[in-house]
Design a binder for this molecule. Sequence first.
Ligand SMILES: Cc1cc2nc3c(=O)[nH]c(=O)nc-3n(C[C@H](O)[C@H](O)[C@H](O)COP(=O)(O)OP(=O)(O)OC[C@H]3O[C@@H](n4cnc5c(N)ncnc54)[C@H](O)[C@@H]3O)c2cc1C
Length: 297
Amino acid sequence: MSFLIARSIDDAVAAMAQGARPVAGGSDLVVGARHGVDSLPDDLVAIDRIRELAQIEVNTDGCAIGAGVTHARLMVDETIVRRYPGLADAAALVGSPATRNVGTVGGNIMNGSPAMDTGAPLLVLEATVELRSEVGTRTLPIAGLWTGPRHTAASATELCTSIFLSTPRDRSSSAYVRLEYRRAMEIAVVGAAASVQLNDDGTIAATKIALTAVAPTVVAISVDLIGRPADEQALAMVAAAASDQATPISDLRASDHYRRHTIGVMAKRAFDAAARRAQGEHIAVPVNRTLGIGASS
Ligand SMILES: Cc1cc2nc3c(=O)[nH]c(=O)nc-3n(C[C@H](O)[C@H](O)[C@H](O)COP(=O)(O)OP(=O)(O)OC[C@H]3O[C@@H](n4cnc5c(N)ncnc54)[C@H](O)[C@@H]3O)c2cc1C
């Protein structure tokens, strides 16, 4: 049994090459072990003190978010809120303030839960993920990261170092909403993210929609809205596509039937909020609280 506190990415990947598992905030790994989800790995490398992983770097191409950036920071970071509000919406809904203060975006996506909140917004924002090991560095589209519930395409020796988002186009925006029974300490029953880009005449130039907790992984769905106005008919098409393309299960928190219905409602609300933001309307982060979606307390 070993526990190493890494001070650099090189330290961390060297420990991982020897079989250590990275732990960032521990809010999945350690809390899960306490609850008997999995036993704690024998060898751990703590990555929460690696400065490089905690950076948000903006350049002309876009924004690189360090894997160690916490949800508490993401939800208030000026660049994230202004350029990628759907991601900030999601970060603001994660757990309680305590969870958001330790939980990281890297831990969220690498844990691979289909109920993770940041996955759907990152998918609609077409994020790419950087993975580093002793062998080298590779990037992959986030759409290729999740291979099944709690499984990713990363090998056990690969550390997620950052998540890259391109600079958003003019007249575009994003949003994430989720159904929740309580405000905190509750993972998504279902959730949906949308990104929308509008033409000058207000019709839809591009859109992406992704769903949380209704399939073995976070999934993108297809709905052909190009050239249409973002009106009631478009909202109805989004809702129908989400309900049709979801493959939910029944569990303790909701039946498959209920999830299939509510995912349509969440998808159209996410699409509506993203389209309104793209038109220039200010809808404060998180959309759930601003528009009164989900639990009231
Ligand atoms: C009370 C409570 C409420 C919660 N509510 C929510 C919620 O509402 N929404 C939600 O999405 N989640 C929720 N979670 C889950 C958890 O908080 C998040 O998934 C969080 O983002 C995990 O980040 P972490 O840094 O704590 O990950 P850790 O627990 O440190 O790690 C999680 C997994 O990812 C791996 N890992 C971590 N970082 C890296 C990296 N950089 N590279 C490679 N692998 C890595 C670890 O080895 C581990 O397998 C909740 C958890 C708790 C305890």
